[in-house]
Each structure stands twice: as structure tokens, then as C-alpha cells.
Design a protein around this ligand. Structure first.
Ligand code: NAD
Length: 281
């Protein structure tokens, strides 16, 4: 039976540490503030934004909410970002994705100051990660690193295989595992003989976006399996990219869905907000 890596417990631990730290900063007269911008009324985005606001409240971070109409233009959004970039009291700026199709997403992400880029999506943040400089790390893969470290799973010298090469999960995940001295292989939709590669992994991180694709045939006995995927099935239940029932009996440790990687993303966003206040002192 695999150890179940509990993202709810670990994310709460991180949020409680941050809460204590934010209280200390507040006592010294320093307030932390995150600006969250949502354009339009995408239902999933509204849930994500509301969860982010709740996490801010829990930790003691002030949140500035910008709920903009669907018709907002790229220029209008850029003007708000410019204003927030210039405000000394704003530590982090987050534009909830996806933005409506008529908005130039790349231009928007580039406009956010790298000093306030708490999502870690700006090319400067990506570059800093890749050359080992201090900077904001993409929240979901940063959460995976915390899950591993706080469960006592060593990365140094381990065979790490990441399935998926997206800019927000797969690629930064590979860079972060490499920074922790893992031996890293990245697999993607063109990888030949996927199971042969994934079976080498001591640590297998799965971010494919295909429900229950990874079964026991892809996993080495005793491996740590981290499932980043989230899907809502027809019966309303959530599942990941890993077939939990099939993999759990042979894995050494595994994250469930829900309650694994999911809660870590917001915890790491909060971490980035607090870090921002200190990085930019
Ligand atoms: P994406 O669609 O951008 O990327 C998927 C990647 O999987 C691609 O790089 C592709 O090459 C690879 N892939 C597709 N089919 C493959 C196959 N048959 N074999 C090998 N590789 C294959 O997805 P993403 O944004 O990286 O997200 C991946 C999953 O993680 C999704 O289920 C998403 O919902 C979830 N997600 C969860 C969180 C969280 O907070 N837990 C955050 C982001 C994404």
C-alpha cells in the first residue's frame, strides 16, 4: 500500500506558517496586498478567484478585486496593470486565465511587472527559474516540490520523469526537479514507448490532461506518483490523469485526486505574495 500524500494537510500547514509570518509583518507595520483581476464571468474562473480571495482572507493578505466586464479591451486591461505595477502598496498582480478571446493574453502577461508576477508566468520569471535565480515560481509545480519535501521524499539523484510539457506545469516542473538535483526526463505527446520511459521513474509527475491514462503498467514498483490532472467525470466525481485504483497498490507514495496537488496551487500563490513583499524590499 502506497503512502497517501495529503495535499490538504500540507497546504494547510503552509498557509498556517504564512499566516503567522504575515501577522509578524503586520505587527511591524507591513501589509501585503494581492490584486486579482477577472475579465468576464467564466464560471470556473469565478470559483478560482473566490478561492484565492478566501485564502488571502485566511492568511491576512489584503485582496483587491477587479471584476471587469467581458467587453474590456486589451488596452483597458493594460492600463489597469500599469497602474497596479506603479502602486507601492500592491505586492502581487494576478490576471485570472483564460481571458476572453479578443484580449491579447501574451501582451497582458508580459505587462505584469516581473517583481509582482506571483503566478510566475512572465518570461523573466521563467528565465530566473531556469538559471537558478531568485524569483517567482509557477505555483502548481512549486506545490509538487513542497509535497515531496514535506513528505520526506528525496529528489537529489533520483530518476524523475515528467509527463507533459505545458508552460504552466510540465516545463517548470522539470526545471524545478532539475534544480533539486533530480535526473529529469520530460515526456509528451510525441514520446515513443511512453511506459518504457515512465517505468524508469523513482518520481513520476503526471500532467497530461487525460483522465486515468496512467495505469500500473506505466509505474515502477515503489515509485512516487504525483498526479497533477483534474477532471470532473459524468457522475460528478473528480479524478486525475492517474488511474488511482490501478497504481496505488504498486506505488511507494501517491497523491489522490481530489486532495493531492489541487490545494497546493493556492497555497503556493499565497507563498509567492508573501515572498514578493520581501523580495522587493
Ligand atoms: P496541457 O494540455 O497544456 O498539456 C498537456 C501535456 O500532456 C502536453 O504537453 C502534451 O504533450 C502531453 N500529452 C498529451 N497527451 C499525451 C500522451 N498521450 N502521452 C504523453 N504526453 C501527452 O495541460 P496542463 O495545463 O499542463 O494540465 C495538465 C493537467 O493538469 C490537466 O488535467 C489540468 O486540468 C491539470 N492542472 C491542474 C492544476 C492544479 O492546480 N492541480 C493546475 C494546472 C493544471
Amino acid at each position: 500500500m502506497a503512502i497517501r500524500i495529503d495535499g490538504k494537510v500540507i497546504s494547510t500547514e503552509i498557509k498556517d506558517e504564512l499566516k503567522a509570518h504575515v501577522a509578524e509583518l503586520a505587527a511591524a507595520g507591513k501589509e501585503i496586498c494581492l490584486a486579482v483581476i477577472q475579465v468576464g464571468n467564466d464560471k470556473a474562473s469565478t470559483v478560482y478567484v473566490s478561492n484565492k480571495k478566501k485564502a488571502c482572507e485566511y492568511i491576512g493578505i489584503k485582496s483587491l478585486a477587479y471584476e471587469l466586464p467581458e467587453e474590456t479591451t486589451t488596452e483597458e486591461l493594460l492600463a489597469i496593470i500599469e497602474e497596479l505595477n506603479a502602486r507601492a502598496d500592491v505586492n502581487g498582480i494576478l490576471v485570472q486565465l483564460p481571458v476572453p478571446k479578443h484580449i491579447d493574453e501574451e501582451k497582458i502577461l508580459l505587462a505584469i511587472s516581473p517583481d509582482k508576477d506571483v503566478d510566475g508566468f512572465h518570461p523573466v520569471s521563467v528565465g530566473r527559474l531556469n538559471i537558478g535565480q531568485k524569483g517567482f515560481r509557477s505555483c502548481t509545480p512549486a506545490g509538487v516540490i513542497q509535497l515531496l519535501k514535506r513528505t520526506g521524499i528525496a529528489i537529489d539523484g533520483k530518476e524523475c520523469v515528467v509527463i507533459g510539457r505545458s508552460n504552466i506545469v510540465g516545463k517548470p516542473m522539470a526545471a524545478m526537479l532539475l534544480a533539486e538535483n533530480g535526473t529529469v526526463t520530460v515526456c509528451h505527446s510525441h514520446t515513443k514507448n511512453l511506459a518504457e520511459v515512465t517505468k524508469r521513474a523513482d518520481i513520476l509527475v503526471v500532467a497530461i490532461g487525460k483522465p486515468k491514462m496512467i495505469t500500473a503498467e506505466y509505474v515502477k514498483e515503489g515509485a512516487t506518483v504525483i498526479d497533477v490532472g483534474i477532471h470532473r467525470m459524468d457522475d460528478g466525481k473528480l479524478c486525475g490523469d492517474v488511474d488511482f485504483e490501478s497504481v496505488e497498490p504498486i506505488a511507494g507514495a501517491i497523491t489522490p485526486v481530489p486532495g493531492g496537488v489541487g490545494p497546493m496551487t493556492i497555497a503556493m500563490l499565497m507563498y509567492n505574495c508573501v515572498a514578493s513583499a520581501e523580495m522587493n524590499e
